[in-house]
Design a protein around this ligand. Structure first.
Ligand SMILES: [Zn+2]
Ligand SMILES: [Zn+2]
Length: 567
């Protein structure tokens, strides 16, 4: 089991203990263990009891439980707590903004054992009457429940991708001779995945269906399946799954049909012609052949969204899309100065050892006290350390940044004297998220117009599948960035992927550069840049329009010149 999944089990145990009103010391020992384990780089799965005990903050008891997890996938105390808790109540622990104590009240005092019962209680105005709740909390709970209900059975791309890859391997093993490919949401790199779809070439579909149903990781829904399509569930990911069984000869046709949006397939691109019609004309040997038959350049699966890609392909003007290897550095990252897991030095050397030329450190600003935001003295201390590290690590370069909270009125979080000391400033909203579109847009634009703002951080504040972002007028925000020469980040954290790829093209048209920012709070966070690149590509992002494809020298010059222009 991966470290993060082991940590999840301990977090859950701490929550369950609190839910059951257990001994606070016990709860604290789990919470401490979670903190300690988050700092461990090496895989916990390979460690012995003795090695585990050597980790600071991990005692004998916790070490034994990790060993137990490594052999059985769980541990007894957790199993007992889960057995004593209705699954619906465990699910309630995931509602944002209410902790285990409040969940306990909902369960014990209202008798709500499922999320449906809780939703009903909200709608009957029963929750607001509980001690410590009130109308506002009730409404937050109701919204959160509706949101989860809508999103049940969906996964983030980052999770779905690895599940899909494993399923593909399982199917390839079952059909060693056949052509097999992923299709659907995963192949199109959608930020949220609802279904896994695959295409398998076979001349014996009935036999193939039998083979698929024998796979341990698949559970067939016989009613929904047909002679040429297997439907059911991938039990590992919980995603609904469709596997299309087609003769070898029509494999490419089926693959393209299942790897493009409806808009891409039906958009008329020339004299009444659409891709669907081209596909139907005959069996093509490859996807490339189909586009050639349509008289256009090959369109990559991630771009098949029905925006302007067919037109560009007709004119042979498709952009050369950004690659992960084009990135030369990483901006917007956190350290232990605020809420990051690692020291500045480790964040820097790790980034360097991954082959990058620079790190932009942008810890939280002072208003973000919940995230250890930096007071003025902390900023100066950090900047001094950066100067020292820059001497030591040269030519690797650390840029002095801050993720400045955008306050309610759109102003930034420090005085001008302080703002001047940074090389760059990422401006982000983290508080008072309940805003209408007008308020949120004005707040952002005020921050964008601040001459010290270099970059706009996660523009909508969304957390995919967990929290909707505040509504903004994207067009106005992008126009303001264009007018004020502000870069927009694609926050590459798989939960965020914000700005949404659907706005990338508009930003590029306006000449606004985008930056692939991992918002890393841990050295492992740098890997997330991959997801930022994938969604950037969906929006047609090129190397030229990506800020962090610049070299350290170019970035330094850009930051310096931009600051010099401030009057
Ligand atoms: Zn942020
Ligand atoms: Zn951040």
């Amino acid at each position: 089991m991966e470290n993060k999944n082991i940590i999840k089990l301990f977090k859950l145990t701490a929550e369950l203990l609190e839910l059951h009103d257990e001994n606070p010391f016990k709860i604290r020992s789990y919470a401490n263990a979670v903190g300690a384990l988050e700092l461990v780089e090496a895989p916990l799965a390979g460690m012995s009891q003795v090695q585990l005990e050597e980790i600071g903050g991990v005692g004998k008891g916790i070490a034994a439980k990790i060993v137990e997890v490594n052999t059985t996938g769980s541990f007894e105390e957790l199993d007992q707590m889960l057995a004593a808790t209705p699954p619906g109540v465990v699910e309630m622990l995931r509602i944002k903004g209410i902790g285990p104590k409040k969940v306990r009240n909902l369960w014990k005092e209202l008798g709500a054992e499922t999320v449906e019962e809780l939703l009903e209680a909200c709608e009957q105005d029963k929750v607001s009457k509980l001690k410590g709740f009130g109308a506002k909390t009730q409404e937050n709970i109701r919204q959160a429940l509706l949101f989860t209900q809508q999103n049940r059975g969906k996964l983030l791309y980052a999770e779905a991708e690895s599940a899909a890859q494993k399923l593909l391997e399982n199917i390839q093993e079952a059909f060693p001779e056949a052509q097999v490919s992923l299709a659907g949401d995963v192949r199109r790199r959608m930020e949220i995945v609802e279904h896994l779809q695959l295409v398998v070439a076979t001349d014996a579909p009935a036999e193939a269906t039998g083979k698929l149903s024998k796979l341990q990781v698949l559970e067939q829904d016989e009613k929904a399946s047909g002679p040429l399509v297997w439907r059911g569930q991938h039990t590992v990911s919980g995603l609904s799954t469709e596997i299309f069984l087609v003769p070898e000869a029509s494999f490419a046709n089926e693959l393209l049909t299942r790897s493009a949006s409806a808009a891409h397939l039906t958009q008329i691109f020339a004299a009444g012609k659409c891709m669907m019609a081209v596909i139907r004309q005959e069996n093509h040997a490859t996807e490339e052949d189909i586009y050639a038959a349509a008289g256009m350049a090959y369109v990559l699966p991630e771009m098949r969204e029905g925006s302007n890609e067919l037109q560009l392909a007709m004119e042979n003007k498709l952009p050369k899309l950004l690659e992960l290897t084009d990135l030369k550095g990483s901006l917007h990252n956190h350290s232990t100065y605020s809420d990051g897991a690692h020291t500045l030095e480790l964040m820097a050397t790790f980034c360097r050892d991954m082959g990058y030329g620079y790190l932009g450190i942008s810890d939280h600003s002072k208003t973000a006290s919940y995230a250890g935001g930096l007071r003025e003295g902390d900023v100066l201390r950090q900047q001094k350390e950066i100067d020292e590290l820059n001497k030591k690590l040269a030519p690797f370069k650390i840029f002095k940044g801050i993720e400045s909270d955008i306050l309610g009125d759109g102003s930034l979080d420090y005085s001008e004297d302080m703002l001047k000391t940074f090389d760059f400033i990422v401006a982000s909203i983290h508080s008072s998220l309940n805003m209408d579109e007008k308020k949120a847009t004005t707040r952002l634009i005020t921050a964008i117009e601040n001459p010290y703002t270099t970059m706009l951080g996660h523009p909508t504040g969304r957390l995919l599948l967990r929290r909707e972002g505040y509504p903004i007028n994207h067009q106005m925000v992008i126009d303001a960035c264009a007018a004020n020469n502000v870069i927009i980040e694609i926050n590459a954290n798989p939960w965020r992927l914000d700005i949404d790829w659907r706005w990338v093209q508009y930003a590029i048209e306006k000449g606004v550069m985008l930056s692939i920012n991992p918002d890393a709070h841990h050295t492992s966070g740098y890997d997330d840049m991959k997801y930022g690149v994938l969604v950037g590509r969906k929006g047609g992002l090129t190397k030229e329009m990506t800020f962090n494809t610049k070299s350290a020298e170019e970035v330094e010059q850009y930051f310096r010149e931009r600051k010099e222009k401030i009057k």
